[in-house]
Ligand binder design. Structure first.
Ligand SMILES: NC(=O)c1ccc[n+]([C@@H]2O[C@H](COP(=O)([O-])OP(=O)(O)OC[C@H]3O[C@@H](n4cnc5c(N)ncnc54)[C@H](OP(=O)(O)O)[C@@H]3O)[C@@H](O)[C@H]2O)c1
Length: 265
């Protein structure tokens, strides 16, 4: 009797927290084995426990990977040796709550390295193992569409990531479909979208966020559903797309002349 095909394999950077972790869980629901990466080993172990307890028929593994440590990618290539990779999701990112003109050059370069260069390098390292067909999804941000002055360098990096996704889509089609997702405000917010001097963001930071037209904040699961669609054959004709998922925040300017409650602010 022929050996059964192994399950499809997905690799998710930043898969130990937030959107990346929700993507890992959602893809396991669709039958994927997953490898999730992050820096913090304890958070990695917690993520794997959570994923395995929810999805007993699939495998979940953790790799400690620092986005800018190019030697760590060799360990990832070693980990997938002998297997094909069907989905790659780049979610790891960080930013600074500062104007771009107030961002020191070293921090600016680090933001560009983690948020833009690392996803490119990730795909390059995995390229020999990418299945035909396979999918890459880059997790960008609505700040990459309409830049936010208060998140200057982060906005620049996400705009660059959007274009990176489109150029990679041209380079890798038709075997690999590359698409970009731009979430809006998603609770509980990025751990590492820091004010100058902070090392981790306050957990309740999101309480001050403005609700979008959908009248609720985004959840990691919202974005994970879109990613599950983008890596599946149901989105077969989507190549190089940049899709906003933000409850309507960036749809346009709200009506200030005729507000729904009749009151002008
Ligand atoms: N949350 C939002 O409101 C929001 C809105 C728009 C876009 N996004 C985008 O969505 C993605 C995920 O955001 P999130 O809020 O869900 O993330 P998160 O909860 O802050 O998790 C970040 C993940 O990335 C890893 N990571 C961060 N810096 C890294 C580095 N230098 N090297 C390796 N791994 C690193 C973290 O691992 P460790 O903890 O181990 O360091 C963690 O697994 C990001 O690309 C972000 O820009 C988020």
């Amino acid at each position: 009797m022929a050996d059964a095909e192994p399950p499809p394999l997905a690799i998710i950077t930043g898969g130990t927290s937030g959107i990346g972790l929700a993507v890992a869980s959602r893809l396991m629901e669709d039958g994927y084995d997953v490898i999730v990466t992050g820096r913090n080993e304890e958070r990695g172990a917690q993520a794997i426990n959570q994923l395995r307890s929810c999805h007993e028929n699939q495998n979940a593994a953790f790799l400690a990977l620092q986005s800018t440590s190019w030697s760590d990618y060799g360990k990832l290539a070693e980990m997938v040796r002998g297997r094909q990779v069907h989905a790659v999701v780049a979610s790891a990112a960080f930013g600074l709550q500062a104007h771009v003109t107030d961002t020191d050059p070293a921090t600016f370069l680090e933001i560009m390295s983690v948020n833009v260069a690392a996803p490119l390098y990730l795909v390059e390292v995995l390229r020999p193992r990418l299945a035909n067909p396979s999918s890459v999804v880059l997790i960008s941000s609505d700040a990459g569409i309409d830049g936010e002055q208060a998140l200057g360098a982060y906005s620049v990096s996400k705009a660059a990531l959007n274009m990176l996704g489109r150029m990679m889509a041209l380079d890798l089609a038709p075997q690999v479909r590359v698409n970009v997702v731009c979430p809006g405000d998603t609770v509980p917010g990025m751990r590492y979208l820091l004010r100058p001097g902070e090392s981790e963001r306050a957990a309740d930071d999101y309480l001050g966020w403005t609700l979008p037209p959908r009248q609720r904040l985004g959840t990691a699961r919202d974005t994970a559903e879109l990613v599950a669609f983008l890596v599946s054959p149901r989105s077969d004709f989507m190549v190089g797309s940049v899709t906003v998922i933000d409850g309507g925040s960036r749809a346009g300017r709200p009506d200030v002349m005729h507000p729904p409650d009749g009151k002008h602010s």
